[in-house]
Design a binder for this molecule. Sequence first.
Ligand code: PLP
Length: 376
Amino acid sequence: MSKRIYLDHAATTPLAPEVVQLMTDIWTHDFGNPSSIYAEGRKARMIIEGARKEVANAINASLGEVFFTSCATEANNMAIKNAVRDLGVELIISSPTEHHSVLHTLKSLERDTAVKIVFLDVDPFGQIDLNQLKIVLESSNRKTLISLMFVNNELGTIHPIQAIAELAKEHNALFHTDAVQALGSYEIDVQNTPISFLTCSAHKFNGPKGVGFIYINGDNIVKPLIDGGAQERNMRGGTENTAQIAGLAMALKLALDNRVERMQHILSLRDYLIGQLKLKIKDIQFHNNYEGESHPKIINFSIPSTPKTELLLFNLDINGICASGGSACSSGVESASHVLEAIGLSEERRAIRISLSHLNLPEELDIFVDVLEKHL
Ligand code: PLP
């Protein structure tokens, strides 16, 4: 089989070879239970605490504010459900373009509790209006949580995190941000940006799947979502996955050490791809705000729907190209994307999401545009 072209890095990323090596070494040699008191356990504990230090340093948090989880979905559930259960939140302000791990958590809270959910309006790029957020905050005297993601996984749109965090602080509201698509690409400093909860997942920055973390600002005393043993300082029961936690920390360090060069490379690939698409594809419309605040790794465009475009992702696949239509997070089945619906994309148009990484090359984008052109 000829080499495949992977253009779906918002769905997941390949493991960095250094991370594979580290995890293999730990799986092979450091299998001790981190809660055991003998040497093997202490070694595993040391690895986990080293990883916690790396993560805490990366976002300028204290060690006691970082908790490892099984994924960002768990971390998002934890942030939102715990804020309602333990911190008296009665109103949640969010956006219809959030990931399902946030939206479905909100839905279940709406069903099971008295909490009120308000969704902000979004523009054609999925951006919120800070004035509307301000109005909602000012018009309520209930304890409020704002849950707005940092970078949108389908459109790349970047929410104004600093301004949202400051507004939240001004109105004595809590602020949760799902930073899954941002960590490793953008600097995050929780001392400068007043965030209550920040959630992340390793597999979006060349770390392993099945591990993530939550930052919980030390002012917020919450109880565990998953009851069990005393792991994670009584905040998350379950034997820690030592190798994956170490893999997360190493992948994050690699991403941050190389952040500036990687972002420059991705930006130049993005500009090149947009130029080629504009040149070669008729009636194309871009849904990522490439002239504004958006992560350059995500290019989301649409073309008029035809019987041929129904098979587009399939044709790309058989020509060796991995790309995505709606969000690829939850299933292999294509269903209408709630994000594209929220920005009002017409059913007459077919959307494609390309998501790039530092590993991509311009030649791969040429092949993608050629194959796309042939199958329209
Ligand atoms: N939030 C965003 C923005 C995502 O893109 C994803 C996953 O794809 C998640 C949350 C869920 O992450 P995980 O796969 O670690 O549960």
